[in-house]
Design a protein around this ligand. Structure first.
Ligand SMILES: [Zn+2]
Length: 234
């Protein structure tokens, strides 16, 4: 029933969105979604999931104990990944999240590490940002991964705290401590020892994901992994 609804929803999105390829702007064929088969074939895949050590693991070595960390695509300025993320984030093209979620799920289906994950956790948006945009840009991506890989999706465990009211009254040290950890976790004993997969759109410096991971690692015996749509080397 859920799958039927998803199919109907997907076809509705096809009607709503103009059927042009987000890579080359050519008209899409009936069986193509978001990208034409040529652009799909030429996506800059990282293939992180096929390597024992990748650039994300390496950058967090000694900083975070990660089970695994993968990005789907390389992010290049003015490249196809940037265009996909831009439309997902600012043009309400939430179907791109579904498309990329299905693509990543396909690449992860035989990955043994992903089977050990208990929860998919999106990096939360600030309430004000969520209100302005109307959606969290990683939600449809997360929900698709959840459905395809059969892992529970939960956007209530990790919260983003708002400090705007009291910020100015704090001294400089207090302010910098607060802005270093704008997240908090809400948990009870049922989450002890669980494995959390934190999901974001792009990893650049890794500071946001690091702050989220540290919060989730405060849950006793928890394990943390990272997954993003894109990896930016700059
Ligand atoms: Zn194309």
């Amino acid at each position: 029933m859920l799958h039927l609804f998803d199919k109907i929803h997907k076809n509705l999105l096809k009607i709503v969105y103009p059927a042009y390829c987000l890579g080359c702007q050519q008209l899409l064929l009936k069986n193509e979604d978001v990208l034409c088969s040529n652009c799909l074939h030429n996506l800059p895949l990282t293939l992180h999931q096929e390597l024992s050590i990748n650039e994300i693991n390496r950058s967090f070595y000694g900083i975070l104990p990660l089970e695994f960390a993968y990005s789907l695509l390389y992010f290049h300025k003015n490249g196809i990944t940037q265009n996909l993320i831009h439309h997902l984030k600012y043009k309400n093209r939430q179907d791109i999240g579904v498309f990329l979620g299905e693509l990543f799920s396909y690449h992860l289906q035989s990955n043994e590490k992903i089977n050990k994950v208990d929860f998919i956790i999106p990096v939360p948006l600030h309430k004000k940002r969520l209100f302005e945009r109307g959606y969290n840009q990683v939600d449809t991506f997360c929900q698709t991964l959840s459905r395809e890989l059969n892992i529970t999706y939960d956007n209530s465990i990790l919260k983003r705290i708002s400090y705007s009211k009291s910020q100015t009254k704090k001294n400089k040290k207090e302010r910098s401590e607060m802005s270093a950890t704008p997240f908090e976790v809400v948990f009870d004993a049922s989450l002890h020892g669980k494995h959390f997969l934190i999901v974001d759109d792009v990893i650049t410096t890794g500071a946001t994901l690091e702050a989220c991971a540290k919060e989730l690692l405060s849950i006793p015996n928890s394990k943390v992994s990272l997954l993003t749509i894109a990896y930016s080397q700059s």
